[in-house]
Design a protein around this ligand. Sequence first.
Ligand code: HAM
Length: 423
Amino acid sequence: MALTRLRGFQDQIGADARAVALVEECARTVAERYAINEIRIPLLERIELYERSSGETSDVVQKQLYRVPRSPESQGAGDQVLRPEGTPGVIRAYIEAGLDRSDPEQRFFYSGPMFRYERPQKGRFRQFNQFGVEIFGRADAACDAELMIMVDEFRRALGLEVEFEINSLGDGNCRPAFRAALLEWGRAHLDELCEDCHQRLERNPLRLLDCKNDAKLAAGAPRSSDYLCDPCRKHFATVEELLTQAGVPYVVNPRLVRGLDYYTRTTFEAVSKAVGAQSAVVAGGRYDGLIEALGGAAVAGTGFAIGVERIAIALDASRVRSKSAPDVALIAMGEAAAIRAMALAQTIRAARLRVEMLSPERGLKALLRRADKIGAHYALIMGENELARGVVQMRDLSASTQREVAIDAVAAELAAAAAAPRG
Ligand code: HAM
């Protein structure tokens, strides 16, 4: 048997890993600007946590959970699962720490792998990373808008084009009427509904709107906007007003119901054309009522999660690659030079430049080819002769120019060159 990776799982190597790290770093920088604190939670949780939050009728819980046996001795599928999303675990941790009662207003971000047994395709994996944000204790529409403004800031920092789609699903007050209208509509169109929708109809009629098989039919279904109660309508109007004021372009998509059960009022997705069919790169919304449903106090919640790999796919790979290239390839010829070069590398790194020491076991020509291949800006060459004179040859690889520099002055010269704009 070949020891290949599992289907839907990825090795992220070189530029791919760098792209993912870049997305996470950028999200972290933006989140910190919004005064959001990090939370780290386990990868493994009880299955009931997701049954009671993501939703027993959701695809995530019905078909996609990775079950883990409780211990190596226990038989069969376990009742512990690898987390398919971050929101329920963050709420569990918040309640377990007693914050819902002692200090309910909290702003958290998290970053890490999620697991869903999905049919793999471009942008859809069985292990993927999410960078998520959850805000607790804020029921106001400004908080929903601020999250979308934050996502917009994040995507702009990466130079990424997205389109925001927003909707309101109403709340416990007005949703039942909308649900009943959908149920009635579904029953009236039973013959036209696809097989999946027959199941959706009884379990969760809202998901009829999500039908990928026959979008045209769903276009004629009742719309949540026609059923919103006054407070929900006002909430949504404020979100729209704040987005417009912030210059965040959006479209209202009345079919945006989301695949998880806990949403109330605002839902949103940021969609990118660069990823293919799996175009939602960020998704989220409000989930008032969920904290209480999981055993906590009646505290409002709202948040989103970034699909880190999907954003990485949408980024320009060549731009990412240059980020990981070393500033300096250090070439030492001979044993004595190699020892001195090691100390030099540390001095240059202390000046915050990236240095890769090349293996001393090849000829100069091969080493210069290698320096080119790894995309270094400079090659520093130190042979026995240079060592004896206390100098190195500093070669600008893109300009193909070379000059001699005193060893003690190299770090400062390189730092000055790195700070100057490159022609
Ligand atoms: P979600 O829509 O299930 O929402 O996932 C959020 C994002 O994660 C998606 O828009 C997508 O970019 C990415 N994603 C989901 N599944 C996969 C996959 N199989 N492969 C690659 N990327 C994927 C949530 O998970 C909610 N917890 C978001 C949220 C936070 N709502 C409120 N707070």
